[in-house]
Design a protein around this ligand. Structure first.
Ligand code: UDP
Length: 358
């Protein structure tokens, strides 16, 4: 009989990660997967477009939870998910990454004695002011299966005293690499022409982390840096709706190209054709590397330390005095020969194989 799994997603990067595992789970009819969407991201181009492009099974439930306060959001999600888990009695709950949806699902499941599998386990920024860091630590603590993207992630868990009596820990490589490889083949190069205003050379930028967007001075400095760079080379920024709201509220003057968030296929093409990536996104830092682009990371620290240690990514924070000169250095430098930092692109299959044996 097929094993019944419930996958809980809520935010854009989770749709991408779940798409990979979902595809692997569909092989062989060993699993019956049901997707539950918490509703955290709800705009068409932050949610629906990913389900249709990436052929992710439609969510059986959408809880429609769009609270802004963390406690209210997490609590409402837990209550909604608990009802579904009680009714559907899954053999396992799958969670991804580090959002409130991840934590809510993990807690609701474990309290009902349902085992939890955490994909992207063991990541640490060591910055406990980040809501994502709290979500990661707590989710790892209660998960039975810890699917780690790197050996460093495994070592974090070992240092925190995780052992194999209760947890299954595995370095599967990063599901985002599987996603980039697979979906890039399906995307169309021509799609990006609509985004180019001036020329074919451009910097791709995204900003959405709370520590940047909720601090006016930081946003001011990042925008100043991007406006300055845009004088020489076009800067294209698919802007997160949360960032857009704050930019409008504070009335920042933006000279560079702000576009609506794009679907994953167009995003992969934009990364591939860009000359440099500037971002505070977790996923995009690695995708820049997958496509052999340097990345300026608009943060003080990162979970993806191997990118920084190997010189593929530079941590600038919001400091315009670092962003501008570093962008110019990266733009004039060839990307070095790289090596496999994130596995072999078969993380999804490895996860499915381990779950099959449970
Ligand atoms: N992304 C996308 N369209 C956009 C911006 C980002 O498809 O307009 C993709 C990006 O390529 C990456 C993922 O969304 O795969 C990252 O999501 P986000 O930056 O929201 O979250 P984080 O990775 O920081 O958790």
């Amino acid at each position: 009989m097929a094993k019944k799994l419930i996958t809980v997603v809520g935010a854009r990067p989770q749709f991408i990660k779940a798409a990979v595992v979902s595809r692997a789970l569909q092989n062989g009819n060993f699993f019956e997967e049901m997707i539950v969407h918490t509703g955290q991201h709800y705009d068409h181009n932050m949610s629906q477009i990913f389900f249709s492009e990436m052929e992710i099974p439609s969510p059986a439930y959408n809880l429609g939870i769009q609270e802004t306060l963390h406690g209210a959001m997490t609590g409402k999600m837990m209550a909604g998910l608990e009802e579904i888990f009680l009714q559907k009695k899954p053999a396992l709950v799958m969670v991804y990454g580090d959002t409130n949806s991840t934590l809510a699902a993990a807690l609701a499941a474990v309290k009902l004695h349902i085992p939890v599998a955490h994909v992207e386990a063991g990541l640490r920024s060591f910055n406990r002011d980040m809501p994502e860091e709290i979500n990661r630590i707590l989710t790892d603590k209660v998960s039975r299966f810890l699917f780690c993207p790197t050996e460093i992630a495994i070592s974090h868990l070992q240092e925190e005293g995780f052992n194999t009596t209760f947890h299954t820990m595995e370095n599967t490589g990063d599901v985002m690499l599987d996603a980039a490889n697979y979906y890039f083949q399906k995307s169309s190069e021509r799609a990006i022409e609509k985004y180019l205003k001036r020329d074919k050379k451009f910097i791709l930028a995204t900003i959405h982390r709370p520590e940047n967007v909720f601090t006016v001075e930081k946003m001011h400095d990042i925008i100043f840096a991007l406006n300055t760079l845009h004088k020489d080379i076009e800067v294209i920024c698919p802007m997160h709706p949360g960032t857009k709201k704050l930019v409008d509220k504070y009335g920042f003057d933006i000279d560079f190209e702000v576009i609506q968030p794009v679907g994953y296929f167009d995003m992969l093409q934009l990364i591939h054709h860009s000359s440099l990536v500037i971002t505070d996104s977790g996923g995009l830092q690695k995708e820049a590397y997958f496509f052999k682009k340097y990345c300026i990371t608009l943060r003080e620290e990162t979970e993806w330390v191997e990118l920084v240690e190997n010189g593929f990514s530079f941590l600038s924070g919001s400091d315009k005095e670092k962003i501008i000169p570093m962008a110019r250095i990266f733009l004039s430098k060839a990307f070095p020969v790289s090596f496999a930092l994130y596995g072999d692109g078969h993380a999804g299959e490895k996860i499915a194989r381990t779950l099959l044996a449970m």
